[in-house]
Design a protein around this ligand. Sequence first.
Ligand code: F3S
Length: 774
Amino acid sequence: LAAQLPDKDCASVTPDYKTLIARAARAKHVLGGRPLTLAEKILYSHLDDIEGCLHGAGRVRGEAYLRLNPARVAMQDASAQMALLQFMTCGMPSTAVPTSIHCDHLIQAVDGAKSDLERSIVTNQEVFDFLQSAAAKYGIEFWGPGSGIIHQIVLENYAAPGMLMLGTDSHTPNAGGLGLLAIGVGGADAVDAMTGTPWELKAPQVVGVKLTGKLSGWATAKDLILHLAGKLTVRGGTGRIIEYFGPGVLDQSCTGLATVCNMGAEVGATTSVFPYTPAMRAYLQATRRGAVARAADKAAAQGFLQADEGVEYDEVIEVDLSSLEPTLNGPFTPDLATPMSAFGEFVKEKGWKDEISAALIGSCTNSSYEDMTRAADLARQAKAAGLKTKVPFLCTPGSEQIRATMERDGVIEALEDVGALVLANACGPCIGQWKRESTGEENAIVSSFNRNFKARNDGSSKTMNFLASPTVVTAMAFSGRLTFDPATDTIPDKDGNPFRFSPPVGEQLPATGYALGNPDYYPSPTPKPQPDVDVIISPTSSRLELLEPFTSLYDKNSVRGMELPPLKVLLRVRGKCTTDHISAAGPWLKYKGHLSNISQNLLITAVNDEGGEVNVAADPDHGADESITDTIPHVAQRFKAREQPWALIVDENYGEGSAREHAALQPRFYGCALIIGRSFARIHETNLKKQGVLPLWFADKTDYGRIGASDTVETVNLSDVFSGRLDTPIRLRVTKRETGEVFEVATRHTLSADQVRWLEAGSALNAIRALKAQ
Ligand code: F3S
C-alpha cells in the first residue's frame, strides 16, 4: 500500500514515547513491579505526580484518584461553546495542549450535502463565527462545517498509539482503535486540560476482552460490539476501561477497531483500547503519518503499547469471533441485542410490521473506507440484478477525506446508482438533525449508528431504530423488510427471479491512498495564536454570551473572616436530582453558549421536598401582594436581583449523570454559594467547586429534613479550612425562619488545598487567571 501524497509533518502529533515509557516504568516500580494493563500504562505515564498519586494507593484500579495531564483536546461545536467561553475567562493567550474544534453537530440533513451545508451555515453562522474567531485567537485548529465528524477527523489526523486525550463528546473513545485512551468529558474537564490543570479521574477498573477466532461472512467488527453491548448492558462498563487482547485482535482493520471502541460508550465504559497492531501501522501510513508509525513501532518493541505478560484484569470476557453472527440491537436501547438468526422471530413476537421506513449508514461509528466499499459492493450486486433501494437510503461520510476518496473510487456513484442520498460530512440524523417528514406512526429504521434512544434520530418517539452493521443496513434497504436476513433470504430481481447477495467484500484501505478533497477544510497544523483577533459575539445574540468571571463570596477583611455571608435556603430538593434535572437538555441545548438564557431552566424538573411539587419554590420575602411561590428559576432570579446569596439542600447522589458543567454554572450564576447534601456524585461535586460553590455532606443524614426554604444558614468554622486545617469538619448555624430557633449541624467536606484556592478566588478559572498573571 502506498500513499500517493507525501507524509504530513507529524511533529505535533507524535507522542514523546521516550518519556512515556520511562514514566510507565516508574509507575510500575512504585506499584511493586506488578504487571500492568495497557490502559494502566497509558494512564500512569500521563500522571501529574506518579509517586504522589500511586504511592501508598494500595489497590489503584477502582479506588485511587488520578491527576492526569492529557496530551490533546478535541471539541465538537455544541459543547465547545461553553468550554471556550470558560477558557476565555482565564486570560491565557493560548491553550496549554493542542486543541481542535469540529463543526459537525449543528448541520441538519434535509435534501443532500450541498444544500444542507449551505442552509446550516446560515442558520448557525453566529456560532461558527464565534468558534472560528476564538480558535484563531487561541491557536486552536478549527475544522469548519463540512470538514467532517470529530471522531473521524481525530482518527485520521491526531490519534496516536499510547497517548491520552480528552474530547467533549461521548464517542471520543472511537480513537482507541489506534491504541490510545481517548475519553469523553464535559466542557469543564476539557478546560482543565486546555489550561494545563491536572484533570482528575477515579482510576477505572479494567475489563479484559479476549478475542479468539476470525470474523467471516456477514459478521463485522460492528457485530462484535453489538454482541458485547448485549452482554454488558448499558451500565456494564461504568467506571471501567474495556481493554481488548488475544489473537482475534490481529485480523481486524484499524477502523473496525475504532467502531468497537466508539460503541464502548454504549455500555458506559470510560473508554476502550486495543494493543498496537499491524493494521494500525498501515492506517497511520495510509493517513500519511509514517513518522508516527515508526515511532509507535519502536515503542511497541519496548512493550509500551500492549499489556504486560501475566496481567490481571478485573474481569475477563471471551468472545470467539468465528461464532459471531450479524446482530441487530434495539429498539430504544443499544443493549437489546438479537442475533440475526433469531431476529425474525423477535419481530413476529413483538407484532411489529415487517417493514423498514429508512436505512442509514455512515456517521462517526461506521463510515470507514472498508465500510463504504463493502456497502458499495452490495450496491453493485443489486444494480446488476436491476434493483434499487425500496426505502430512503441515507449515507453520512465521516469526513471530507472519506467522502473525496469515496467519490474518486466510484463508491459514491455505486451508492447513488441504487438510490442513496449522500449527506454532508456531519452528524446529521445521528443527533436528530434530520428534517424528516414523519407520519407520527410506529415505524422502524435501521442504521449503522451507535445510539438508538427514543426520538434521537427524527424527534419521533414512534421511530424504532435498530442498530446493525452498514452492510446489513444496506442489504435491508433493498428488501424493505425488517426481518430480511441477507445471508439466507432472497428478493426478486428485475425479472422476478430470486436474488441473494453474496457476502460483501471491501478494502480496508484505499490502494492508491486517501484523497484529500476540498483543501479549504484543512486547518493549518499547530496554528499560532493571534492575540489581536477579536472573538465574535454579538451583544444581541440569544445563543452566545461572554461569561463574566464570578466574584469571590469570601472577604478576608470581614469581621467573620473567611466565612460565607448568611445564606437563605432556596429549596430542599427531594430524591434523585441528576445533572439533567439541574440543567435540562432538549430545546435548551441551543442556549449552551448563553448562560443567562440557559439558566432559565434551573432545576425545572426537581421536586420540592416541602410540598412535593415539581419546579416550585417559596419566596416569603417577596412583596406581600404577590404569591410567595414561583418557579425555581424565577425565585433564584429574585434572589440574584436582591443580591441575596443562597444555599440548596439536596438528597442522595446529587448531580449524578453526564458531566454537564452547566449544572454547576447555573446555580452559581444566580448566586448559589453552598449546597448541602446527603451525598454527591463525584464529578458534579468537583464541578461545583470549580465554579466556586461549596458542597458539604451532612454528617448526620437525618439533618437533611431539619433545614427548609428561607431558613438562614451560616458557616461557623470554614475559616479553619481556609487557613490550611483541611481535616476540620465544617459546622453550620441554622436559623429557622418561622420560629427563630437556632441550632448547629455538622458536615464534612472533600476540599483539597487547590480547591480551597478555587473557592477563595471565586472559581477555578479565576485562580488559574491569577496564577498565570504572576
Ligand atoms: Fe456525531 Fe453521532 Fe458521532 S452525533 S459524533 S455522528 S455519535
